[in-house]
Design a protein around this ligand. Structure first.
Ligand SMILES: NC(=O)c1ccc[n+]([C@@H]2O[C@H](COP(=O)([O-])OP(=O)(O)OC[C@H]3O[C@@H](n4cnc5c(N)ncnc54)[C@H](O)[C@@H]3O)[C@@H](O)[C@H]2O)c1
Length: 259
């Protein structure tokens, strides 16, 4: 087991990639705090983990709220005695044409994807620094952060911000042996992409499901990404095997984006 004895927080852990990462971390021996706006969903993931003899606790958290981010870290310390790994996975996206992007849309995506990531990372890093045994922070970016898209300006910008914040945080935390890296998934079969598909379909006058089928055709590895496909990278970047890697964002996208 590659995360034996470690304590991990996974934000947005109630479904999709956050759920898959939480389950995999528990299988690798970590004690997991599953944080989400959706407490019922987070609790269901915790039940899956404890049902398989793992250790986990659910926390209701809105990552946009600094005090709630702190209290999630406090829960990890109270329940499991410390914190070694934070996965900033909670995120939202909306497909909106450039000219129709409103302040509300912009704030919605940047508040959760970037500001929430900052609050959670600060609270986690302070705890890791005080423990003096290093740590790992893994941020969920996106292929969307690697390039612009006419219908996806705000989400693309927020994920470019995540890639950039990963670099700054890595520089700031290197002296404390806290590694900060990112994962940039491609088109992942989660409730998130079901909603993205509906929004693209409406804007492009397509049938529901058609945008997904069309985009999948261009993936070099020939199939849509499953939430489990990111878990190998998420374990690697949280384990001792990546101790000399920091500031990097790794594409896990079936070859969908070349750099
Ligand atoms: N699905 C994709 O194709 C894809 C691709 C690249 C990157 N991503 C990114 O990966 C991450 C996970 O995506 P997913 O597809 O599993 O998403 P999802 O929508 O299936 O799950 C996201 C989870 O985050 C939670 N959440 C939302 N806002 C929150 C908040 N303010 N505080 C706490 N929790 C909150 C939701 O309740 C949900 O459980 C996101 O950051 C997303 O932007 C997704």
């Amino acid at each position: 087991m590659r995360l034996e004895g470690k304590v991990a927080i996974v934000t947005g852990g109630a479904q999709g990639m956050g759920r898959a990462i939480s389950l995999r971390y528990a299988q690798e021996g970590a004690k997991v705090v599953v944080g989400d706006l959706n407490l019922q969903g987070a609790q269901a993931v915790v039940d899956e983990i404890t049902g398989a003899n793992g250790q986990a606790v659910a926390v209701e958290v809105d990552v946009r709220d600094q005090a709630q981010a702190q209290s999630m870290v406090d829960t990890a310390v109270q329940q499991f005695g410390g914190l070694d790994i934070l996965v900033n996975n909670a995120g939202v996206g909306k497909i909106i044409p450039f000219l129709e992007t409103t302040e509300q849309d912009w704030n919605f995506m940047f508040d959760i994807n970037c500001k929430g990531l900052l609050w959670c990372s600060q609270a986690a890093a302070r705890q890791m620094i005080s423990q003096g045994r290093g740590g790992k922070i893994v941020n969920l970016a996106s292929q969307a952060g690697r390039r612009g898209e006419a219908l996806v300006l705000a989400y693309c910008a927020s994920k470019a911000c995540v890639i950039n914040m990963t670099q700054s945080m890595a520089m700031a935390l290197a002296e404390h042996k806290i590694n900060v890296n990112g994962i940039a998934p491609g088109i992942v079969d989660t409730p998130f992409w079901d909603e993205v598909d509906r929004q693209f379909a409406k804007l492009l006058n397509m049938e529901i499901g058609e945008p997904k089928r069309t985009f999948i055709k261009s993936i070099p590895l020939g199939r849509i990404e499953q939430p489990e496909d990111v878990t190998g990278a998420a374990v690697f970047l949280a384990s001792a095997e990546s101790d000399y890697i920091t500031q990097q964002t790794l594409n896990v996208d079936g070859g969908n984006w070349p750099s």
